[in-house]
Design a protein around this ligand. Structure first.
Ligand code: ADP
Length: 260
C-alpha cells in the first residue's frame, strides 16, 4: 500500500531536523563545559607561581632586602617562580594552538636518530644534575629516516626524555630505541625509575594531571608535557602508549611512518 499521507514526509523531516539540532546543542554544551573547566584549571595553575613570586618580592620590600643572605635566597626563589610562569604560558600557548588545529604541521624527511642526539645535547645539564645516562639503542648507527614535523617531533622527544630524567632515579638510565616494523619505526623512551602506579596510567596524558604534584612542581613541570606529546603525535596520525612497572621503570612508545 502506497503511503500517501502528505504529512508523513514532513513529519520525518522535522524529526531529523530536531534530532540534528539536539545533537548540535549537546556539542555546544560539551564545548562550553570544556572551556569553563579549562579556564578554571588555567587560573588555578597561574595563581601558584604568581602568588609565590609576589610573596617573595613583598617580603623583600618589607625589609628582607637588608639582609644580604635572605635577599639572594628570596630573589632566586622569585626568579624560579617567574621561570615556572614563563614555561607554563609557553606550554599553554603550544597546547591551545594544537587543540584548535591552528598549527600546520610541516612534514619532511627527518633523521630521528640525529634529532635524539640534539635533544640529548640540549638536556645535558638536566641529565648531569641527576647523574642520569642517556643512550640510543638502534639496529642502524644513525639515519633513521621518518616522515615528521622536525620541530614538533623534537618537542615530543624533549618532553619524554626530560620526564625520564626528572622522574627517573638519581643516576638512572634513559634509553631511546628505534625498531623497524614494516613501513614504520617504533620509537621508545625508557627509564629505570620508580614507575607510574597503574591507577594513574590512563590519566597522565590529561592536561595538568600529575601523579605527584609537589615533585612535578619542584622539578619545574607544567603538567602539560604529555598532553602536548599526545596532540603532536595525533597530528602525525600516531598514538602514544605507556607501560610501567613499579620500581622497574617506564616505557613510552609511538610509531612513525618511514620516509619513502
Ligand atoms: P609534568 O610537567 O608534571 O612533568 P607531564 O604531562 O609531562 O607533566 O607528566 C605528567 C605526570 O606524569 C608527571 O607529573 C609525572 O607524575 C608522571 N610521569 C611522566 N613521565 C614519567 C616517568 N618517565 N616516570 C614516572 N612518572 C612520570
Amino acid at each position: 500500500i502506497k503511503n500517501n499521507n502528505p504529512f508523513k514526509k514532513l513529519n520525518d523531516e522535522i524529526f531529523v531536523y530536531v534530532a540534528r539540532k539536539q545533537k548540535e546543542i549537546e556539542e555546544l554544551r560539551r564545548l562550553e563545559q570544556f572551556r569553563r573547566e579549562f579556564l578554571a584549571d588555567v587560573s588555578h595553575e597561574l595563581k601558584t607561581p604568581i602568588f609565590a613570586a609576589q610573596g617573595f618580592v613583598h617580603t623583600l620590600i618589607d625589609g628582607a632586602i637588608d639582609d644580604e643572605k635572605v635577599r639572594d635566597k628570596f630573589l632566586a626563589k622569585a626568579a624560579k617562580s617567574l621561570d615556572g610562569l614563563d614555561a607554563l604560558v609557553k606550554d599553554l600557548v603550544a597546547l591551545s594552538q594544537l587543540e584548535t588545529g591552528e598549527v600546520k604541521m610541516h612534514f619532511e624527511t627527518v633523521d630521528i636518530y640525529q634529532i635524539t642526539l640534539d635533544v640529548f645535547e640540549q638536556l645535558e645539564n638536566t641529565a648531569h644534575a641527576r647523574q642520569a645516562s642517556l643512550k640510543i639503542k638502534s639496529e642502524q648507527p644513525g639515519g633513521i629516516l621518518v616522515k615528521a614535523d622536525p620541530q614538533r617531533i623534537t618537542q615530543v622527544l624533549t618532553n619524554l626524555i626530560e620526564n625520564a630524567i626528572k622522574y627517573g632515579n638519581n643516576g638512572g638510565k634513559v634509553v631511546v630505541s628505534f625498531e623497524e616494523e614494516k613501513k614504520q619505526y617504533i620509537v621508545q623512551v625508557r627509564d629505570n625509575g620508580p614507575g607510574i602506579p597503574p591507577e594513574h596510567l590512563n590519566r597522565i596524558f590529561e592536561r595538568f594531571y600529575r601523579v605527584d604534584k609537589s615533585r612535578s612542581k619542584e622539578r619545574g613541570g607544567t603538567g602539560l608535557g604529555l598532553a602536548i606529546v599526545k596532540h603532536i603525535l595525533n597530528a602525525h596520525k600516531s598514538k602514544i602508549t605507556v607501560m610501567s612497572k613499579p620500581d622497574k621503570g617506564t616505557v613510552f612508545s609511538f610509531k612513525l611512518d618511514k620516509a619513502d
